[in-house]
Ligand binder design. Structure first.
Ligand SMILES: Nc1ccn([C@@H]2O[C@H](COP(=O)(O)O)[C@@H](O)[C@H]2O)c(=O)n1
Ligand code: CDI
Length: 162
């Protein structure tokens, strides 16, 4: 049995915040704001995984009104989500993600993000693809007001052959 899920998230830029994307801190003049560390990519991955197993979204599991999740490490939130996936007997087939950012350049950091996501999803690098695009200066991303990301994940029941 295969299950597919998709995720989408947006976070606004703010001064005096670290820029954490895909579990990696990227040197930049500003970061993203959120209740947690605002890792837009890991939130997207978590939402895609929750969608694939029919478990709603990260807002339901980690409410932004709960002080326990203030400045939370999104890698820990994703680890919790991945445990739910594993408990339902699924493993990763592959995940494909896109980061929409006018700036900064993501290319030098993509490999590290893929490595970290693979580690969090107990998978190999070949199962994880991360890419980036500008929006050609259009919209909120193009105006450098924030960063968006999107992901599609495919899971498979562990004990079933392809
Ligand atoms: N923040 C970004 C945006 C894009 N890239 C890389 O540049 C390529 C061209 O971007 P376009 O928006 O003109 O399609 C894109 O394919 C990425 O490889 C990036 O590294 N960081
Ligand atoms: C992760 C959570 C919880 O700390 O907070 P944020 O960092 O604001 O992220 P968001 O993607 O808006 O929604 C999920 C939240 O509940």
């Amino acid at each position: 049995m295969f299950r597919v899920g998709n995720g989408f998230d947006v976070h606004a830029f703010a001064e005096n915040r670290p820029l954490i994307i895909g579990g990696i801190e990227i040197p930049y003049e500003k970061g993203l704001i959120g209740h947690s560390d605002a890792d837009v990519l890991l939130h997207t991955v978590a939402d895609a995984c929750l969608g694939a197993i029919g478990e709603g979204d990260i807002g339901r599991h980690f409410p932004d009104t709960d002080p326990n999740f203030k400045d939370a490490d999104s890698a820990k939130l994703l680890q919790h989500v991945w445990k739910l996936v594993r408990n339902k007997g699924y493993k990763l087939v592959n995940i494909d993600c896109i980061i929409m950012a006018q700036k900064p350049k993501m290319a030098p950091h993509i490999e590290k993000m893929q490595e970290r996501i693979a580690e969090l999803l107990e998978a190999s690098m070949e199962q994880v693809n991360v890419k980036a695009t500008t929006t050609e200066r259009l919209g909120f991303v193009g105006r450098e007001e924030g960063i968006a990301s999107q992901a599609v994940v495919l899971l498979q029941k562990e004990n079933e052959l392809l």
